[in-house]
Design a protein around this ligand. Structure first.
Ligand code: UD1
Length: 340
């Protein structure tokens, strides 16, 4: 029998691409998602791409302990991938309690259910934002954590909760993956990033400008200590992130305890470089203006992807052109995102 994986937040941007990857590799997949920032339509499209649906999908909040326990009663899970969380940096400054409650409280509720049901294997969705305003890039997993906003702090706290849990429960095996900037979409054009309301991340803004939903891009600062003065990030194709999760599942059994890995390409791209790449991909001009820096932003965040390469013999395979092409394809085919 194939292994069954619980994917929390499985209808979201990274979660849905990971469901496709797992289904295509023979896993059974059960999704828990409250759809607070995702569309149930995404799972219909997952089924269309993968040629078979997820085993079950529950529209519940992971903090609903009774409902979550019933999900664990109904299925025998070999492992859990925990994506369900809030992720908007600006919003986290406005609503810190909601962020700690959802992100940290969701993780502790999940750990309780796992312990009660004897499930010991977890892949956790962490973030490069735990590194904060890095003194130098590329960043290795040994670089100090220094979160600069509540969102990043929730991810760092969850890592501490997981590390303490692993110290206490010797059967536990946890992989925390610190993603850099996931972008792009599935090459079918069926699955992509569909933020609710006005997007605040760069790639969805570019896509919505290109399709005419937004008038133009504001480039947040050109006075950073980077080559062209704009912020540098390590953009990683969402399908590489999804593939990384599948490979992580295979390596959960390598050793017990908690391990932390960067998921990035090692390539830094500035805002203006991404504008140029996206303009090329969509064949339309992207009007932009330089504005003030965005509070809380950092100059550069780029991964040293060496640790994961050594541990799993794994690396990303998709470049910036593919990220832009696939993000544009999804936006062009779904100008208003997933249908309601
Ligand atoms: C942030 C978080 C990251 C989180 C992600 C998703 C940090 C350091 N990073 O990424 O952990 O997973 O959000 O919510 O907290 N930019 C513009 N104009 C725009 C939008 C962005 O110039 O309209 C610039 C930003 O200043 C930055 C770059 O584009 O230099 C990338 O920004 P964004 O896509 O928002 O991602 P991060 O802030 O890096």
């Amino acid at each position: 029998m194939s292994a069954t994986v619980l994917v929390t937040g499985g209808a979201g941007f990274i979660g849905s691409h990971t469901c496709v990857e797992l289904l295509e590799h023979g896993y059974g997949v059960v999704v828990v998602d409250d759809h607070s920032n995702s569309s149930p339509r995404a799972l219909e499209r997952v089924a269309k791409i993968a040629g078979r649906p997820v085993t079950a999908a529950y529209g519940i909040d992971v903090r609903d302990r009774r409902a979550l326990s019933a999900v664990f009663d109904a299925h025998a899970f070999d492992a859990v991938i925990h994506f369900a969380a809030k992720k908007a940096v600006g919003e986290s400054v406005e609503l810190p309690v909601e962020y700690y409650d959802t992100n940290v409280g969701g993780t502790t509720a999940l750990l309780s259910a796992m312990r009660e049901h004897g499930v010991h294997r977890l892949v956790f969705s962490s973030s490069c934002s735990v590194y904060g305003d890095a003194a130098a890039v590329p960043l290795t997993e040994e670089d100090p954590a220094a979160p600069t906003n509540p969102y990043a702090t929730t991810k760092w706290l969850c890592e501490q909760v997981l590390a303490d849990t692993c110290r206490r429960l010797p059967d536990m095996s946890v992989l925390a993956l610190r993603y850099f900037n996931p972008v792009g979409a599935h090459s079918s054009g069926l699955l992509g990033e569909d933020p609710r309301g006005v997007p605040d991340n760069l790639m969805p803004v570019l896509a919505q400008v290109a399709v005419g939903r937004l008038p133009g891009l504001r480039v947040f600062g050109d006075d950073y200590p980077t080559a062209d003065g704009t912020g540098v990030r390590d953009y990683i194709h969402v399908r590489d992130v999804a593939d990384g999760h599948r490979v992580a599942l295979e390596h959960l059994g390598d050793e017990r305890g908690m391990r932390t890995f960067n998921l990035g390409t090692g390539v830094g791209t500035s805002v203006l470089e991404l504008v140029a790449a996206f303009t090329h991909a969509c064949g339309r001009p992207i009007p932009y203006e330089i504005t003030a820096r965005r509070p809380g932003d950092v100059a550069a965040l780029v991964a040293d992807p060496g640790a994961v390469a050594r541990a799993w013999n794994w690396a990303t395979t998709r470049d910036l052109a593919a990220m832009c092409r696939d993000a544009w394809e999804f936006q062009e085919l779904n100008p208003s995102g997933y249908p309601d």
